[in-house]
Design a protein around this ligand. Structure first.
Ligand code: SF4
Length: 313
């Protein structure tokens, strides 16, 4: 029976809430079908914290094997590297995680905070937060970049704020099935981070013809004015919908790039940073001069129904 422990550090609990919405597979199906022994989850376990303390000790002593360790939240290292701002049973959680990680077959960072530091690591970062194996996009997390789990894997980063529900359960399912899980340069499973949020967005035709919105909630594209990071953000949000129904960009809210190590950016999330009239960051792989020439032509060529943002042709 495989064992799984879910530990929460500097977190809002969003990834726990998110995984409860998973439907392909759902968390309960995942646990049932693989007969997973859930050793602890802060929102789902009803055993006492005393039992948790004993379980942690037994894992560290080697009496209980630990197959999968999931960490949700940034690693709090303040004050002065002691980690004492975030403790369990008077021990810094960063120390507990380090000990558990040495015993785990696989360690999974659930969410951008655990992967890269996330919101808690945003300047001025008073709690000196970092990720498990990264500090933003750089090495410098709790574990060294050379660190590997018992299965010779780095920390698997399932980033997102929160992480996409099915990305979490599918990653766990693949691990439980022993399937190969190729990772990208940020140690995210390629299977779920090799498409852009832009791909599958229902506003693509507006993007194509440069018909842009100025306030959230409209029908046009949000790239030029509202800070949408869909064209530079790798995630499945528009190819595997949230709750099987929708996504942020589909309801008129820009993508904030929450799966990226630089999330949250240090500027207005609802505003596109520009150089003159051009966004400072263009869609991935695009050449600036050609892109702008194409945009100007495209706008002039926009069919009336697109220019007027009408539903019907
Ligand atoms: S709203 Fe964002 S994701 Fe959608 S088409 Fe525009 S840039 Fe792409």
């Amino acid at each position: 029976m495989p064992t799984l422990m879910w530990i929460q550090t500097g977190a809002c609990g969003g990834d726990s809430m998110s995984i409860l919405c998973a439907d392909s597979p759902s968390l309960e199906n995942l646990l049932d079908s693989h007969k997973v022994d859930l050793l602890w989850h802060p929102s789902l376990s009803h055993s006492s914290t005393k039992k948790l303390k004993n379980t942690i000790q037994s894992i560290c002593d080697g009496a209980i094997p630990l197959d999968i360790l999931c960490v949700e939240g940034s690693i709090v290292t303040a004050p002065n590297g002691s980690g004492m701002y975030d403790t369990f049973a008077k021990q810094p959680k960063m120390q507990i995680i380090e000990q558990l990680a040495q015993k785990a077959e696989v360690v999974v960072a659930m969410g951008t905070c655990a992967a890269f530091g996330g919101i808690h690591a945003a300047p001025p970062n008073p709690s000196e937060c970092i990720g498990l194996q990264f500090d933003k996009a750089e090495p410098g997390g709790l574990l060294s970049s050379e660190w590997r789990s018992s299965q010779n894997l780095p920390v698997i980063n399932v980033s997102g704020c929160p992480a996409h529900p099915n990305t979490m359960t599918k990653t766990l399912a693949m691990l439980l099935l022993g399937m190969p899980l190729p990772l990208d340069h940020l140690n995210r499973p390629q299977a779920f981070f090799n498409t852009l949020v832009h791909q599958g967005c229902t506003r693509n035709e507006y993007h194509e013809y440069d018909i842009e919105e100025h306030i959230p909630g409209g029908r046009g594209c949000m790239f030029f004015n509202l800070g949408c990071r869909g064209p530079v953000t790798q995630a499945i949000c528009n190819t595997e919908l949230w709750n099987g129904r929708s996504s942020k960009t589909r309801v008129g809210v820009p993508c904030f790039g929450c799966t990226s190590p630089d999330f949250p950016l240090d500027h207005d999330l609802f505003k596109t940073e520009k150089l003159g009239n051009t966004p400072t960051q263009l869609p991935a792989g695009v050449e600036r001069a050609k892109y702008m020439a194409y945009k100007n032509l495209a706008r002039a060529a926009a069919p009336e129904r697109v220019a007027n943002k009408k539903m019907q042709p």
